[in-house]
Design a protein. Sequence first.
Length: 37
Amino acid sequence: MRRNRDWTPFFPTKTIMQKLETQVNNNLKQEKYVRDR
């Protein structure tokens, strides 16, 4: 395996942050949905 540092440039931080945000949002929605049921 290569060090993270080697392939990080291929994944712009912006994209990673967006992915993380959507993931978190989805998790929150799911939690809400489960609580509301």
